[in-house]
Design a protein around this ligand. Sequence first.
Ligand code: UD1
Ligand code: UDP
Length: 366
Amino acid sequence: MIAVVLGTRPEIVKMSPIIRECEARNLDYFILHSGQHYSYEMDWAFFEDLELPEPKYNLDVGSGTQAEQTGKILTGIEKVLMQEKPDIVLVQGDTNTVMAGALAAAKLHIRVGHVEAGLRSFDRTMPEEINRVVADHISDYLFVPTENARRYLLNEGIEENKICRTGNTIVDAVFQNREISKKRANILDTLGLEPREYFLVTSHRQENVDNPENLRNIITGLEAVHREYSLPVIFPMHPRTRKMVEQFGMSLDGVSVMNPIGFLEFLQIESNARLVMTDSGGVQEETCILGVPCVTLRENTERPETIEVGANVLAGTGAGKILTSVGQMLSRTGTWENPFGDGMAGRMIVTICGGLPGMRKVPIKS
Ligand code: UD1
Ligand code: UDP
């Protein structure tokens, strides 16, 4: 039996190809949701858009400090794993849910598969970097998206036979949903936007938005981009960012702020944007796959492949650098190669898990 552990918006998106594959093959599996994300637009909206089955368990841990949240997830997951005794636990990415899920399973001697293993920003001030390193070092199967990721793991002494290059499941998710999004999403009409005639922004990274100076600089940069190009700047705002903007009493001039958008609509608004400014990991990957230039509002990235192929540039959070980076990236054509694989990652991962000893199919319901 496979336990698919997830808890946040990007994990739902990037686990969706694996869940679909388990469903298609009638495998014995279940979904365990930590409840790290819980607002409708960060959570259930994605199950609806991606037509995923309801999780068998939801721990409803909610928000808290790093330790509070991680601790609650750890004890909650342990209980479920002791009861269900799965053959393998799959976690995806770098959130607190991932580290807690991997740790709970490893301590119970249950095999752990880390999807999107081997990413490194080499910045240990980021909670995500700690989560990645811990998850990678206690995992039995490391499903890496790229050759870079494999090299990082080998350099850290992880055995080669644990590592399997699959590509990133985000490619599967984009390929599987791009056409559906074209048919079903209507957000450009709703917002009165013309393709390639607007900028899109997302930002939620703790080190950016919880720091008033960085957040102020980012907002100043976005306002400057709006003034320079006279194009709409669309900012579906993560709840963490909205909370901090309100707490610091900030306002955004000329930037259209709205609630987070569902995945199908986001794919549409993202693929038609002139350029995207973001500090999101998933959005850096998606823009690279979709051929849309990206300016990353960070000093580093664990997705260096996006920069190497010419799809992305690091701007940090300085307003001047954001403006010049946008100018630099606007001339990019979007014809770079996609470094994240061929969209078969979910299939490969489930094939490997399905072949493990003890794994069985669910009897087909009549
Ligand atoms: C988490 C992950 C981050 C990931 C992001 C995806 C960690 C350490 N961070 O960051 O790696 O990129 O998810 O979006 O695991 N909130 C709501 N509703 C929700 C969820 C959060 O209102 O459904 C608000 C709460 O005020 C909460 C804050 O957002 O305190 C931060 O949420 P949290 O899950 O702690 O971190 P994220 O910033 O979402
Ligand atoms: N996303 C979305 N709606 C939004 C913003 C993002 O559907 O309003 C999707 C996006 O397409 C990507 C994922 O959310 O698949 C990225 O999540 P996030 O930026 O929260 O996390 P990260 O990737 O940085 O961990």
